[in-house]
Design a binder for this molecule. Structure first.
Ligand code: UDP
Ligand code: MN
Length: 324
């Protein structure tokens, strides 16, 4: 009897190992079986989804030039995260002090402020700046890179740095904000850095997520949102100190005002994330998130308090050093 029991449990144990191994093999060989499907704008409709709006100096200084065409940029999208684009900046003299660029041969249809929250990631920032200036110029857009650095040693407040960057970008007249982690690089040349009519989640196919979207309401990493929409939801929350939750809070705000988000075709939305250690999670993030919709009108741009210690024009970016 005892022997039979042992034999019996041995079989169950065997079976468990076997099914575990099988699941693992299927997962490794066929990751798309687990892919989450989501709606996206296909190539043919990308250009029409974009908001044509620039700062006034673009429309004033290039009255005689023809509008740039974005069809070739979108249709010709290809993998560009190669050594040529990564290793050094080409034709650096085209970039204006403060990290601004606008094409000369045609009049840009989009003006975008790329806002990067930053602290202690020097190597990543260097890699970001050289790749992104090569990447963005091939898109024929007008853009400027703002790096907002938290100077104090309090837990990192990503969302507050975005609020600060957005406020400053708006003061320079930028109608479109791209809120951008410093460690994310777009792989495909056609992910146009301009705002869509709906806020757009741009980094929806991330290599560290095996190029799949982990959940449909994810709205972090790299997002594009018009300055008007960002203002309408009172920006982001200032209360998230430390890692996590602020991006979900941001999504909740859009939900409250009934604004949906959009994404481009995954073939245009591939990003790679540079390696880094995990930051310390914010223990309060879940309880904060539960009250997200209640805080929208009192916590955000209208309650933003910080000290600007320095604003310096570097050759590749505008550096804003703040105390939170
Ligand atoms: N960040 C930073 N310094 C830090 C923590 C975060 O510059 O100490 C910025 C940086 O732009 C980074 C972003 O905040 O890409 C998001 O943080 P992290 O990369 O740790 O988040 P995760 O990759 O886990 O989503
Ligand atoms: Mn990261």
């Amino acid at each position: 009897m005892l022997i039979r029991l042992c034999q019996h449990s041995f079989h169950i144990y065997d079976l468990l190992i076997f099914s575990g191994a099988l699941t693992l093999i299927v997962y490794i060989l066929l990751p798309h079986r687990f892919a989450l499907r989501y709606d996206y704008i296909d190539r043919k409709h990308m250009e029409e989804s974009l908001l044509a709006e620039t700062t006034t100096n673009v429309s004033r200084t290039q009255l005689s030039a023809d509008d740039c065409s974005y069809k070739e940029v979108i249709d010709g999208s290809s993998f560009v995260y190669d050594a040529f684009h990564r290793e050094k900046i080409h034709r650096g003299e085209e970039i204006r002090l403060g990290g601004e660029y606008q094409p000369e041969e045609c009049r840009a249809r989009y003006s975008t402020a790329v806002i990067v929250p930053y602290r202690d990631r020097q190597e990543q920032l260097a890699a970001f700046l050289s790749y992104m200036h090569n990447y963005l110029r091939q898109q024929l857009i007008h853009y400027r890179i703002f790096v907002v650095e938290q100077s104090d040693r309090k837990p990192f407040n990503r969302a507050m740095l975005f609020n600060i960057g957005a406020k400053i970008a708006a003061s320079y007249g930028y109608p479109c904000l791209i809120l951008h982690d410093v460690d994310l690089m777009p792989l495909n040349s056609g992910q146009i850095y301009a705002c869509s009519a709906l806020p757009r989640h741009m980094s929806s196919a991330l290599d560290s997520w095996r190029f799949h979207l982990p959940y449909r309401t994810l709205f972090g990493g790299v997002v594009a949102i018009s300055t008007a929409q960002f203002n309408m939801i009172n920006g982001m929350s200032n209360l998230y100190h430390g890692w996590g939750g602020e991006d979900d809070d941001f999504y909740e705000r859009l939900k409250v005002v009934g604004v949906e988000i959009c994404r481009f075709d995954p073939a245009y939305s591939e990003y790679t994330m540079l390696k880094h250690k995990h930051e310390i999670p914010n223990e309060n993030r879940l309880s904060l998130l539960r009250s997200a919709s209640l805080r929208i009108h009192k916590d955000g741009l209208n309650s933003l308090e910080y000290k600007e210690l320095e604003r310096r024009m570097h050759s590749l970016f505008t550096h804003i050093l703040v105390e939170t």
